[in-house]
Design a protein around this ligand. Structure first.
Ligand code: FAD
Ligand code: NAD
Length: 468
């Protein structure tokens, strides 16, 4: 009989592959089951990594056509979309091969095929071709991730009507792109195609963009994106999309609250209305793993499902659908299975939207603090007053630090700016140590850096900033 594994992980996305590596580091004999041809899950294959490759390339294309001239660089950029896609694909390949290397380095056994749980301690692997295999295992971690949500009556073909997956592989720049949903996927991928020349219309059901982000940030960001050419139709829903013979799409738009319908024509439509947990084929109903009302696997604070010996992490359980949240749960669950005290601090998980400027936030928003009745103070500093930002032509945006009035403890922060996604981490570290705005303000920040704006915002929570 084959050896028994200490842990079998189903799914090799950021949750699964990190859990496997951490468990191997802790001395466990680990197996991973993956149904796709490459490791890395949504994030590396069709999510974070390819989208950031296109965001980076399209941002430089846009800058080359606009701000380069001011910097004394005269160029006339020509778009080579085929090469941009090659760059994206090579980036994905390098990353997914990296996971293969890490599995080998950590002596993790990889099985290719659909993993289903026959009983606690038994995982059946069904490959696309050939014989299935049974893995005997002491523990199971489900990290099967999520898939795009579709809208009723709208058929996805991944060419004309696409999810994020199709939007990452368009063969030409659509003249008119309809984006349904002003969440992070809609705004990141809408930005990519807008920079490359598409007229982008974003239709959002709610009366605001980026739900979940601080509402002041969302308002300011909407204005900036409008200046970049994105058009927003808020409080509006898409009822249907009809494909004409010549390929034109006719979308029927209606006010969210009901009312007169409007017809609008597009070349491509991106459906970006959220993602849902993926549990198909896992055999959960057979072993009795319970789901919640939204189809997520129900877990306790230690990632245990309703069945002993079966844990779950990442997009398939509750919480924000973010790669780093899945990764941290992967580390924590491996440590818990090893008998250690694995833990994730959900109060300090940064979020980043990689538009231009970037939007990053951590901890509480002002809306949340107001709703909770917390007595808070706001320190805000604009990048127009930051020397480095002026030199980089990156004066759009601001830093907002939110601190408790009585204790000065930092409760949250929002940054809108170039590189906001890098800068947010000093506030995350500060919050992990329960630091105060004064701690941040008294920490020397190198000059000239964009990060000085973070310190100045912290100073604004006290006697005031120096440079404004
Ligand atoms: P996934 O990455 O979804 O991986 C699940 C894996 O399990 C897949 O490989 C799947 O094939 C496999 N699987 C499922 N069922 C089985 C089975 N029965 N047997 C075998 N294998 C199975 N997050 C960020 O933090 N930053 C970003 O910039 C970002 N950008 C994104 C951009 C896009 C376009 C999208 C779609 C998502 C983005 N995300 C981003 C979200 C991020 O991708 C997810 O939060 C993350 O991938 C979740 O990790 P996971 O391990 O839970 O699941
Ligand atoms: P989302 O939930 O962030 O946004 C979906 C948007 O669609 C919401 O604003 C919602 O109000 C709107 N919507 C829903 N139904 C609608 C309808 N019928 N008509 C019009 N609008 C409608 O989802 P997403 O942008 O698809 O992203 C999915 C997940 O992937 C999110 O959890 C996100 O955090 C994650 N993600 C993260 C990153 C990142 O961290 N940079 C990037 C991409 C995706």
């Amino acid at each position: 009989m084959a050896d028994t594994f200490d842990l079998t992980v189903i799914g090799s996305g950021p949750g699964g592959y990190v859990a496997a590596i951490r468990a191997a580091q802790l001395g466990m004999k680990v197996a991973v089951v993956e149904k796709w041809p490459t490791f890395g899950g949504t994030c590396l294959n069709i999510g974070c990594i390819p989208s950031k490759a296109l965001l980076h390339a399209s941002e430089l294309f846009e800058e080359a056509g606009h701000s380069f001239r001011t910097l004394g660089i005269d160029v006339s950029p020509q778009l080579n979309l085929k090469q941009m896609m090659v760059h994206k694909d090579e980036t994905v390949t390098a990353n997914v091969m990296g996971i293969e290397f890490l599995f080998k380095k950590n002596k993790i056994t990889a099985f290719r095929g659909i993993g289903s749980i026959g009983a606690p301690g038994r995982v059946l692997v069904t490959p696309e071709k050939g014989q299935g295999q049974i893995i005997e295992t002491r523990n199971i971690v489900i990290a099967s991730g999520s898939v795009s949500v579709n809208l009723p009556g709208i058929e996805i073909d991944e060419e004309k009507v696409v999810t994020s997956t199709g939007a990452l592989t368009l063969k030409e720049v659509p003249k008119r792109l309809l984006v349904i949903g002003a969440g992070i996927i809609g705004l990141e991928l809408g930005s990519v195609w807008s920079r490359l020349g598409a007229k982008v219309t974003v239709v959002e059901f709610l009366d605001r963009i980026i739900p979940g982000a601080d509402s002041e940030v969302a308002r300011q960001m909407q204005r900036m994106l409008q200046k970049q050419g994105l058009e927003f139709k808020l409080s509006t829903k898409v009822k249907s999309i009809d494909k004409q013979e010549d390929g034109t799409l006719t979308a029927r738009l209606e006010p969210a609250a009901g009312g007169d319908m409007e017809l609008a024509e597009f070349d491509v439509a991106l459906v970006a209305v959220g993602r849902k947990p993926f549990t198909e084929g896992l055999g959960l109903e057979i072993v009795g793993v319970a789901l919640d009302e939204r189809g997520r696997i129900r877990t306790d604070a230690h990632f245990k499902t309703s069945v002993e010996g079966i844990h779950a992490i990442g997009d398939v359980i509750t919480g924000p659908m973010l790669a780093h949240k899945a990764e941290d749960e992967g580390i924590a669950v491996a440590e818990i299975i090893a008998g250690q005290a694995g833990h994730v601090n959900y109060g300090v998980i940064p979020s980043v939207m990689y538009t231009s400027p970037e939007v990053a936030w951590v901890g509480k928003s002002e809306d949340e603090l107001k709703a909770e009745g917390v007595d808070y103070k706001v320190g805000k500093f604009p990048f127009t007053a930051n020397g480095r930002a002026k030199a980089m032509l990156a004066t759009l945006g601001f830093v907002k630090v939110l601190a408790d009035v009585a204790t000065d403890r930092v409760l949250g922060a929002q940054i809108v700016s170039k590189n906001a996604g890098e800068m947010i981490h000093e506030i995350a570290v500060l919050m992990e140590f329960s630091g105060s705005a004064e701690d941040l303000a008294r920490t020397t920040h190198a000059h000239p850096t964009l990060s000085e704006a973070v310190r100045e915002a912290a100073l604004m929570c006290g006697d005031g900033a120096i440079h404004i």
